[in-house]
Every structure is written in C-alpha cells, then in structure tokens.
Design a protein around this ligand. Structure first.
Ligand SMILES: [Zn+2]
Length: 293
C-alpha cells in the first residue's frame, strides 16, 4: 500500500492555554486518513475534569494526482477538524467550530484553537511537495447561479462546465458544484497550466459565473492570471478558465494524472489552445475533482 510520511513543525504560539507537540509525524494512506494529534492544556476549568484532549482532522490523499485535501474548521461536515475532550469520569465532548462557543473561557479557548490550528496545519501542508487543498464552505448563491455552476463528467472523468445547449448522451453525468468541488489551493510560482480542451469556448457558458465563484473566495480579478506571459496579447475580457497543469491543452484523459482548476484568464487565452500559461498575476485556484469516485 502507498504511504506518504511527513513531519509537521507546529507553531507553539497559537494559544496560551492549549498546546500541541512541537513536531508531529503524519502517515497518509491513499484515500481518507483520520489524524489524531494529542494536546496538552493549561486551563484550570479543564484540569479539574479532563483527562485527555485530542485534535482530530481528516486528510484525503489522492496519490494519483499528488493532492492532499483538508477541510476548513468551518466546513459543515461531521469530519471537519474538531477536538475531543475526554473527562476523568469517562464521558467525552466533541467541539466543532460550528457548535460555537457558549461564552465560557473553556469553549472560547477550544474554538479559537480549532480555527488557528487548522490554518496552521494547512500552511504547513502548503510547504510540502504535493498540492495542498483546503475545502471551505461554498459561498451563498442564488439557485440560478448554482445551476450555471454545474459540471459535466464523461465516463466518470471531468469534461467541462455544463452547457445548457449541448446534448449529452448517457456516457455523461451532470453534477452540482458541491459534489465536484475539491477546494482551494495556490499554484507555485512558475507552474505552467493550459486549457482543458473539450469544454465549451462560449464565454457566457464557460466563464462569467466561474469568474464570480473565484471572486467570491479571492476578490475580483483585475486582469488575466497569465498576463502577457511569453508576449501573449491578453485582453480585458476575463473568464473563470478551466485549466490543467502542464504545457499542453488537453481533455482530461481517464487515468491520467490531472488536476483541474479554475483561475481567471482572458478570453484570448481561453480561446487559444496553442499557448500555455503561468501564474504571473494570480496564483490562487479553485480545484475541481478530476474524476468522481
Ligand atoms: Zn490572457
């Protein structure tokens, strides 16, 4: 079985009251991994009752595309990062960020630790050799926008944004954004990317809503992410481009090692599959699932 091991160097300044080990080794298998990091604490109210405090998080490792996904602490899911407090009497309590603090010092300390610890681990993961992706809640959207942001998969592999004018036979399946959304990540400087081929070139279908989705996480884009790279003549009409890593525009080939993502590009780039791009202006991306399991 494939396993990936790495050390996390953990910052001790997160909290005055709850500490984690200075370094921690994580061993990842393919698929879902539940990680438990033991904590120590210095809270009078806690010391009276608690015997054990553990930070739990779920990391999904997809070795075929070299990607590790973590959920943000406010992602609405039972396996988003949480703390488990075991009491001396054998009872236990689970703290999610969504459960929020009930105002006492203990729950305040726990909730703020949860938020900071998740961000700190994501920052550490971003330094590693794989692509680190954080799954955050989807923005509030109208039903109309939700409908525009559907995705099409062919034989289970990513095909492109949903085009209401296209005919899809039974090799295709159409999925809401939620099921096809992997999360947010940052491209390394100098990473090349190219268009996903096969998706529509109609900017209304392929671009404006996707640009809006990108903006809802990162703010409005002012120009093409790959502005004038290799003397390419960019224009000011931006879309949320559906792109792949590498220098060759291509379809998502079944079984290939593809990462599909959204990044702002101009429609000159979007309509030209002969040029590859590089994140000279924007590096932040929205990662989609290249295949649905
Ligand atoms: Zn451009």
């Amino acid at each position: 079985m494939y396993t990936c091991n790495f050390n996390l160097a953990l910052d001790q300044t997160l909290s005055e009251e709850i500490y984690w080990p200075a370094s921690f080794t994580i061993s990842l298998n393919e698929g879902e991994n539940e990680i438990s990091i033991p904590l120590s604490f210095n809270l009078p109210t806690l010391q009276d009752v608690a015997s054990d405090l553990v930070f739990k998080l779920n990391l999904v490792h997809m070795s075929t595309i070299d990607l590790v996904t973590i959920k943000s602490s406010d992602y609405p899911s039972a396996d988003s990062p949480h703390l488990i407090l075991r009491n001396a009497d054998g009872s236990s309590a689970i703290y999610h960020e969504a459960a929020k603090s009930n105002g006492d010092r203990l729950s305040d300390a726990i909730v703020s630790f949860l938020v900071d610890a998740t961000e700190a681990i994501f920052a550490e993961l971003e330094k590693k050799d794989f692509m680190a992706v954080i799954k955050r809640p989807l923005p509030q959207m109208s039903q109309e926008m939700m409908n525009e942001l559907r995705l099409v998969y062919k034989d289970g592999y990513y095909f492109g944004p949903y085009d209401p004018t296209a005919d899809y036979d039974d090799r295709f399946t159409i999925h809401p954004l939620g099921s096809a959304f992997s999360g947010l990540a940052t491209l390394d400087q100098g990473t090349d990317y190219a268009n996903v081929k096969g998706s529509t070139n109609d900017p209304h279908i392929s671009g404006y809503s996707w640009l809006g989705l990108w903006a809802s996480y990162y703010g409005g884009a002012q120009c093409c992410s790959s502005l004038n790279f290799h003397n390419f003549q960019c224009n000011n009409n931006l879309v949320g481009g559906h792109c792949l890593l590498g220098q060759h525009a291509s379809t998502v080939r079944p079984g290939a090692y593809d990462v599909v993502f959204i990044i702002p590009i101009c429609n000159a780039h979007n309509n030209n599959n002969n040029y590859y791009m590089s994140p000279v202006k924007y590096r932040r991306i929205i990662v989609l699932k290249s295949y649905l399991r």
